[in-house]
Design a protein around this ligand. Sequence first.
Ligand code: GLA
Length: 417
Amino acid sequence: MSSESGSTAMANVMLTDPVPAFDTIYEDAIKTFRDTFDAQPDVAVCAPGRVNLIGEHIDYNDGFVLPMALPMVTIIVGKRNQTKSTANVVTCCDGADDPTTVSFDLNNLTVGTPKWANYIKGVLKCFGKQLPGFDAVILTNVPIGGGLSSSAALEVATLTFIQALTEADNDKNPENTKSLTQKQQALLCQKAEHEFAGMPCGVMDQLISVCGKRDHALLIDCQTLDIFQIPFEMGDDLAVLICNSNVRHELSHSEYPTRRNQCAQALELLRLNSYKDATIKSLDALKGSDEVFTRRARHVITEIQRTREAAEALRKKDFIEMGRLMNESHESLRDDFEVSCAELDILVEAAISCSASVLGSRMTGGGFGGCTVTLLRKSDINNVITHIKTIYSANGTNGRTASFYVVQPGDGTRRIM
Ligand code: GLA
């Protein structure tokens, strides 16, 4: 049994919509490993998904972001096998009920199908060292494709796994012992996502999956990659509620690079080196250019400021101010950055209409589907969920229902066996 049994990891997820418990997937992973490979795994690791509290579409614009790691994680259990360079990986990470197995040659790691394997192969390739053959089982309770960084969790778990698997080699060969810093781990996983999944993401998801800390949000300066742990304890009063629209955020794959390019072009027109140097006054320089650049830049500039203020509000435990900034962030993402969608707007409006108990609500992640994040009073949580559920089902979402997770900030990646 892991050291994270019910009392710790699970206490963090109130199962309003059951995601499988940590212990359940850990035990399942070990059982599947035994059944498939007729052996006992000797390494187990996990890495969390994340929810971003504020600072959206800012990590690739040199500003500040403020995510927290989730108690939902991706778990990898495994062991070296007798082969020189064959990896056999079993997973349900594609969302299927039955596990599928993929085998690949560690000396010839290339992009291919199934898609989920590219995240793993990308990390192994970017790790860059000679790897031993291994068998592994990967299970997760991070909702797939819900904008909660299931892909970063898979990348970071893969890196932690391969580091644990090759640790013994390092003892024998001091050349290898230079371990990666947290920053290097995050950058390696980001590179894997760029090169093997074709997604030009920022580094927020990978960095929080590496550096997350229980009861803390993480302020990241995306220009320097300096990180600041900010205490964020829910106590008896507060809760963070994630509402999953259950709209897959597929559009983000085409719109995301477009937003990145528009931000880069707007920065050139502003004649600045970084958005961190910009103020709202800087937007004057965009007069006469396509209006889309003003809107994109205005989101970036105001969101950086909001995130600075939100970090300050969290430090002072001024949750009313934090909530206000979250609401403003959503409006900016909806109107200026145009990455929300009808379903996310309905979820946010339904939450905000519970004004006695909801402090703030916004879409989170890349957008075009996925989830919202809401800061609210714990005492009224069931009423708020019921209200949002009813409004969401009644408002033209093709019979779609929303899923709800009540979460507290969890730890970053770690070895559990
Ligand atoms: C995705 C990317 C992140 C970040 C968010 C938007 O999750 O992977 O790097 O840009 O979108 O904030």
